[in-house]
Design a protein around this ligand. Sequence first.
Ligand code: HPA
Ligand code: ZN
Length: 337
Amino acid sequence: MNTQIRHIVQNMPKAELHIHIEGSLEPELIFALAQRNGVQLAYPSVEALRAAYAFKDLQSFLDIYYAGASVLLKEQDFYDMTAAYLARAKADHVRHAEIFFDPQTHTSRGVPMGDVINGIHRACADSDVSATLILCFLRHLSEDDALATLEAALPYRDKFIGVGLDSSEVGHPPEKFTRVFARARELGLHLVAHAGEEGPPAYIWSALDVLHVERIDHGVRCLEDAELTRRLAAEKMALTVCPLSNIKLRVFDDMGQHNLLSLLDAGIVVTINSDDPAYFGGYLNENYLATFDSLPLGLQHAHELAKNSFAASFLPAEQKQKFLDEVDAYFSAFDVV
Ligand code: HPA
Ligand SMILES: [Zn+2]
């Protein structure tokens, strides 16, 4: 990639739509919080913990990710984690972030729901990056657990804008969560779900037709199904693609094999995101740069990806348009339409 494109991609205004806040917990902060809270970790040092970040699939990552999250106990811990992410995102010219959080990971350890949501939300309110929250259900747990979690979060309904579905995908299809997504829909919440990361295209179909989601998280396996691919493009159903995550979790062998350009060529609204940046080797700009380094992407693609990131957001129309105009103004200096 030439240095001009590199500079343009780094500095362009962008949104991040797929970031698990617990996946932004850096080893240094994990150790600091462990010490502050008197939590014993299974690793003797930051280096030993980081050395364990060699994953063979989604589950091998999730095991370490949940262990890392065990140091989060107090409202201030959630604040500190979120503030650190937003400061890092700002450096990557992120203007807006829609942040996932996994309350069941914390409430199951006895952390009050209010401490989780208030801590994360207070950091968002204090940041000059626009940020909203999406509550994710852990799909390896039961639907009843998800329903109870949603009810427990209702006193804080004004502090999150949607619900999502994450954790171990294969064996836990979207339709397992039909009732809880119907309830969230009644409550006027936005709906998203991880589908087609490790799971088959059938999971993307059921996320659309049974859960009625408005975006698909990952979704990269859609290309195995031509009818599904055409549908996603026709409906402008955005995919929140996470390139470095896909390489670290071996969804693709290397970045040169990633299907992101094929997805764009198929007319799909693709966005680039970091997923779990502390675990996968890079925040948002590193995801863009790794992708642009390995695939034949140019300025037009950079412009399209920046626009997609805001277009696919759940921002109110006026705010969305303001950011889209900012993207166009930025690119107008480079002769790209
Ligand atoms: O990429 C992911 N997939 C599923 N669950 C997750 N939880 C954090 N990151 C992920
Ligand atoms: Zn994810």
